[in-house]
Design a protein around this ligand. Structure first.
Ligand SMILES: Nc1ncnc2c1ncn2[C@@H]1O[C@H](COP(=O)(O)OP(=O)(O)OP(=O)(O)O)[C@@H](O)[C@H]1O
Ligand SMILES: [Mg+2]
Length: 230
């Protein structure tokens, strides 16, 4: 699905990611690490929103190191940013329609599937996205990405700020979309224990470098604590 080799990127003169390598299969792959470890920078780089200054990126067998973000979206990669991930002045329906612009299946078909996943959204279609609760807003952000019919979805801390009930619902939804829709998932999270419960493998980032990559079942609290140490 994704081959990441020696990836370097950052912001202007500041290099944040220093030689990240991993390959992503058809799986839920967690990206863990302390605040500032580089999780969001990695996801933005994978979505091709930050310049790659070293290494290479291959998506579904094609070298996309220098590709434009819209090309990756069209090729099946959807990205849900950590912040500002809905258009607040547009309605829920309009936000979802934007995702539906990519792909060939009808919008109605995709919406029906989405309402199966997030039944609460169907009653909110005419509401401005900016007036939704945190949990509802995250559903719209993830929903917009799913409307693209992606094969890979990058989720940046989708449960941040959500109550445990909403967070649990979102984690279970992530398992469902992987299992039933066949999506691969890269999931950046702070909530390590709940993330490891649904992930197949996980990577712990420390100061822009890979601290460890392993099967989720092999990562215990002690190994995580060490990876989170600055
Ligand atoms: N726009 C920016 N310009 C310069 N440096 C930035 C920018 N955004 C992030 N950084 C720096 O990059 C490093 C990694 O930040 P990043 O947002 O990727 O961390 P993170 O792991 O997502 O953290 P969090 O868990 O707090 O979301 C930090 O040192 C941060 O200060
Ligand atoms: Mg982040």
């Amino acid at each position: 699905m994704l081959e990441v080799s020696g990836l370097r990127s950052g912001y202007g003169d500041v290099t944040v990611l220093r030689g990240i390598s991993f390959s992503l299969d058809h799986e839920i792959f967690a990206v863990l690490g302390a605040n500032g470890a580089g999780k969001s920078t990695l996801l933005k780089t994978l979505a091709r929103l930050l310049p790659i200054t070293g290494g290479s990126l291959t998506f579904r067998g094609r070298d996309v190191t220098q590709s434009q973000p819209h090309r990756l979206a069209a090729a099946g990669l959807a990205y849900v940013p950590q912040e500002s991930n809905v258009f607040p002045d547009l309605t829920v329906a309009e936000n979802l329609s934007i995702g539906g612009l990519i792909g060939t299946r009808t919008k109605e078909e995709r919406l029906e599937e989405l309402f199966d996943l997030f039944p609460a959204l169907s009653a909110r279609m005419r509401q401005k996205a900016g007036t939704l609760s945190g949990g509802e807003g995250q559903m719209v952000a993830v929903g917009r990405a799913l409307m693209q019919d992606p094969s890979l979805i990058l989720l940046d801390e989708p449960t941040a700020g959500l109550s445990p009930k909403y967070a649990d619902a979102l984690f279970s939804m992530i398992s469902t979309i992987h299992r039933d829709k066949g999506l691969s998932v890269v999931l950046a999270e702070q909530n390590a224990s709940k993330t490891l419960a649904i992930a197949h493998r996980a990577m712990v980032l420390n100061l822009g470098e890979v601290f460890v990559i392993d099967q989720a079942a092999n990562l215990d609290t002690d190994s995580l604590r060490e990876g989170y140490r600055l």
